[in-house]
Design a protein around this ligand. Structure first.
Ligand SMILES: *Cc1c(COP(=O)(O)O)cnc(C)c1O
Length: 229
């Protein structure tokens, strides 16, 4: 009885998010819903999977590896947290996308491990739009330089940008942050080269996904709303 109650509320929250996405998205844009399952037990993940979510985001390498080992479901895993270079080797080849590339050193390490495994890794550049000192990420002004450096990479593809807005931002500053990154994303997507193809703009979490989608996000990372209600 109680289990049924829990199941149906998770399902209704997932349906609700999906509906919001349909309503808010620009021009029938496809918006990828990544369920952020950090700290959630694998049973909760499998439940959400059964409600149709195929993409899950984790922010700790050890936790991610444990979860990969403990399920047989063909989940698309996303890495969304700060990644130390010495842990890159454990996740390259196991995740569909690393959202959180925040240094050139990290980019080079991903290239090295992808080459070793002879696979292609897709990554996003994490951008600290508002310049908060406590956050990881490149500044908007640095993007062009990073892209230029990345033209020498062969195994690592930059496929977009990611940002996290400050927790305390009001609606106006959220709009400003998301619009600024969207504008940059559109500029960059006109420039194509072999290993750069801007297609994913990852912005929006439980508290600000509506503003993010209205500003053109095509990938939201939703944790607490799905798993904690
Ligand atoms: C935790 C986390 C999220 C999800 O946040 P919620 O507020 O729980 O939806 C999204 N992105 C990143 C990078 C996170 O660490």
């Amino acid at each position: 009885m109680e289990n049924n109650l829990i199941d149906s509320t998770m399902q209704s929250r997932i349906n609700n998010i999906r509906q919001q996405i349909q309503t808010l998205r620009k021009d029938d844009q496809h918006v990828l819903l990544v369920a952020v399952s950090k700290t959630c037990p694998i049973e909760q993940i499998e439940l959400a999977y059964n409600f149709g979510i195929k993409d899950f985001g984790e922010n700790k390498v050890n936790e991610l590896l444990n979860k990969i080992q403990s399920t047989s479901l063909p989940i698309n895993w996303h890495f969304i947290g700060h990644l130390q270079t010495n842990k890159v080797k454990y996740i390259v080849g196991k995740v569909v996308l690393i959202h959180s590339v925040d240094s050139i050193k990290l980019l080079q390490e991903i290239e090295k491990e992808s080459k070793k495994k002879n696979i292609e890794s897709e990554v996003l550049l994490q951008i600290n739009v508002s310049g908060e000192k406590t956050k990881y990420g490149f500044k908007i002004d640095e993007i062009n330089d990073i892209i230029n450096i990345s033209k020498n990479l062969f195994y690592t593809k930059i496929v977009g940008l990611m940002t996290m807005a400050p927790f305390e931002a009001d609606t106006e500053s959220l709009k400003d942050i998301f619009n600024r990154l969207h504008e940059k994303f559109i500029d960059m997507s006109r420039e194509k080269s072999d290993n750069i193809n801007m297609k994913i703009l990852s912005m929006g979490m439980s508290g600000d996904y509506k503003e993010a989608i209205l500003s053109g996000s095509n990938c939201v990372r939703i944790g607490s709303y799905i798993f904690k209600g």
